[in-house]
Design a protein around this ligand. Structure first.
Ligand SMILES: Cc1cc2nc3c(=O)[nH]c(=O)nc-3n(C[C@H](O)[C@H](O)[C@H](O)COP(=O)(O)OP(=O)(O)OC[C@H]3O[C@@H](n4cnc5c(N)ncnc54)[C@H](O)[C@@H]3O)c2cc1C
Ligand SMILES: NC(=O)C1=CN([C@@H]2O[C@H](COP(=O)(O)OP(=O)(O)OC[C@H]3O[C@@H](n4cnc5c(N)ncnc54)[C@H](OP(=O)(O)O)[C@@H]3O)[C@@H](O)[C@H]2O)C=CC1
Ligand code: HEM
Ligand SMILES: [Fe+3]
Length: 478
């Protein structure tokens, strides 16, 4: 279908509305940036200011009046003033009656006040329609146009017409309005810009713990043990060898922890015989940050691949190979070619490559621009089915890497097994339980539960089942 020029923009104002006048209270950073952007988009702007004569640096074309005069010029007023300075608005109650006030304010810390700034504004000026918007956009981004970070503008308000008008303005500015409902949502919207990677905390802390634990574990086995038992200085291993153990082990462990909650969820649902009971908080939170866990795991796996690529150029590897060649030459001995070793080493590398390929595919599908193009079944197929295949390949890669040394007593050092053996524990548990869950007899019951069947549902007169009156309590058993 031929795209006409008007379709090029998601939303354009027709010429009569072009001159819509919008009033902005406050000639500070945000007021000025927003005014500039709105003037560029065809609005006419009138500022309300404490000192109209003194206001400088204002965009050309914007009028500056006192607050009360400016309020008379438009029925939509954007309050670009800090909440602490809202007091003067009570004197304007009459002139603001029936008008739309847009609260854009943020606070310095989460839940700084008992009520949201928008609800506070609504209390100060009860006759006006308060709409929350723009607080997630920075003045700088508005001015510089660098809106890549976040184009989303969360909007909420009790009056749907007023909210719609604000959303139209948001669209005209090339931003994406997200209706969050009534003014009760304002508190969450105000807390949003103050959060710092809320879903990344657990994955980051867990990764840090895994790296530190396995680093020291490998130092004990690879540096301290040879030193204590032979005075050998292997500290150089801390540069590449040990990180190239820690990173892949962290990747494999985190990958397994991405799929463990789904397995626990399934066991819980089977045990309870229903899906209508909430998961315990720790499991809910764990499930909600699987994406972050998976992406951190992919990061570690990528590091491992990079470290592995440099193995052949390392001085220590080249010295060892040269030395081994000279030793054989002087001893006139040639190590026989071992097909099984060749098989083992090529297979584990091949498994690693395939596992990493799928790992990257999981990462790509989690990009919003990609996940928005697939439906939920396709998304689940990649994330769940191919996700498990990734876990199987990476686990197999690690097992075959161990090869003949795997679980052999000779690889114990001070009774400590090789680090990769420990890394295999969680993935193997997940895969074994998953294998049991997909057995037809169990899978059939689980599927029925997930389709709404309940083990203890009481039958009713007309034979229909209705849900057990299990109130949705938090299940504190676990
Ligand atoms: C690189 C990488 C990127 C990733 N990106 C994403 C991503 O973008 N988005 C994402 O979600 N995951 C992402 N993941 C994590 C993981 O791939 C998905 O969460 C995947 O869907 C998990 O599949 P699963 O079979 O373990 O569990 P699921 O398929 O999620 O769940 C198993 C069953 O448990 C039940 N269940 C699941 N969640 C709940 C719940 N909250 N309440 C009640 N029942 C529930 C369902 O009935 C479901 O059938 C990523 C992982 C990696 C490695
Ligand atoms: N800066 C940003 O990037 C963002 C800011 N916000 C929100 O926008 C609002 C304005 O922020 P910003 O523009 O940065 O703040 P500024 O301090 O730069 O400007 C605030 C303006 O409020 C007016 N004002 C009215 N009464 C008072 C008073 N008693 N004391 C001080 N100023 C008063 C002043 O305008 P005048 O002198 O003309 O009266 C002043 O310029 C805040 O609520 C902020 O949380 C939201 C998102 C991003
Ligand atoms: C291109 C992909 C990959 C290649 C070429 C590769 C190659 C290798 C190599 C050569 C080793 C031995 C390293 C050494 O001896 O110093 C190794 C070990 C290992 N790899 Fe990979 N790998 C790949 C992907 C992965 C992925 C995706 C994972 C897991 C998510 C993984 C997990 C491991 C683990 C746990 C070890 C054992 C580390 C140890 O204890 O020494 N690998 N890999
Ligand atoms: Fe809770």
């Amino acid at each position: 279908m031929e795209k006409t020029s008007t379709d090029a923009f998601p939303f354009t104002m027709n010429s009569s509305e072009k001159q819509e006048t919008v009033c902005i209270f406050g000639t500070g950073d945000f007021g000025r940036s927003l005014a500039l952007k709105m003037l560029q988009c065809g609005y006419s702007i009138v500022f309300g200011s404490r000192n109209p004569q003194k206001s400088s640096l204002l965009p050309n074309g914007a009028e500056v009046l006192s607050y009360s005069e400016a309020a008379r010029k438009s029925d939509i007023i954007i309050i670009a003033v800090h909440r602490e300075h809202y007091g003067f608005l009570t004197e304007l109650t009459e002139v603001l009656k029936g008008k739309t006030l847009v609260d854009i304010s943020n606070n310095l810390k989460i839940n700084q006040y008992p009520e949201s700034n928008a609800e506070y504004l609504a209390q100060l000026v009860p006759g006006a329609h308060v709409v929350k918007a723009f607080n997630t956009i920075s003045a700088w981004a508005l001015q510089s146009g660098a809106l890549d970070a976040n184009r989303q503008v969360f909007v909420c308000g009790n009056d749907s017409k007023a909210k719609q008008r604000v959303m139209d303005i948001v669209r005209t500015l090339g931003l994406t309005p997200l209706d969050q409902g009534s003014l009760m949502a304002a508190k969450e919207i105000e807390n949003y810009p103050l959060q710092l990677f809320p879903m990344w905390k657990f994955p980051f802390y867990l990764s840090a713990f895994l790296c530190v634990f396995f680093f020291f574990y490998c130092v004990i086995r690879d540096v301290i043990y040879p030193y204590v038992n032979g005075g050998k200085d292997s500290t150089f291993r801390m540069a590449i060898s040990i990180p190239n153990r820690v990173f892949p082990i962290a990747a494999l462990t985190l990958l397994a922890l991405v799929y463990l909650p789904g397995v626990i969820a399934a066991i819980l649902q089977l045990y309870r015989g229903t899906k209508y009971r909430r998961f315990p908080d720790w499991l809910d939170h764990w499930m909600l940050c699987r994406k972050q866990l998976g992406l951190v795991a992919l990061g570690f796996a990528s590091l491992h691949v990079l470290y592995t690529l440099v193995i052949p150029i390392r001085y220590y590897v080249r010295w060892t190979m040269k030395n081994r060649t000279i030793t054989q030459a002087t001893a006139k001995r040639e190590d026989p070619f071992s097909t099984s070793t060749a098989w083992l080493s090529d297979s584990y590398v091949a498994l690693g490559i395939l596992g990493f390929f799928l790992f990257v595919l999981l990462g790509i599908t989690s990009l919003p621009s990609v996940s928005n193009t697939v439906n939920w079944r396709e998304f689940r197929f990649v994330q769940s089915k191919l996700g498990y295949l990734t876990l199987i390949l990476c686990t197999a890669h690690t097992m075959v890497y161990g090869g003949k040394r795997f679980l052999s007593p000779s690889s114990l050092i001070w009774y400590l097994p090789s680090a990769y053996v420990i890394a295999l524990i969680i993935p193997c548990i997940v895969l074994v339980i998953k294998f049991v869950l997909v057995l037809p007899c169990i899978d059939k019951t689980l599927t029925r539960i997930r389709q709404g069947w309940e083990r203890n549902a009481k039958p009713t007169l007309n034979g229909e089942r209705y849900l057990k009156q299990s109130s949705v309590h938090l299940d504190s058993e676990l």
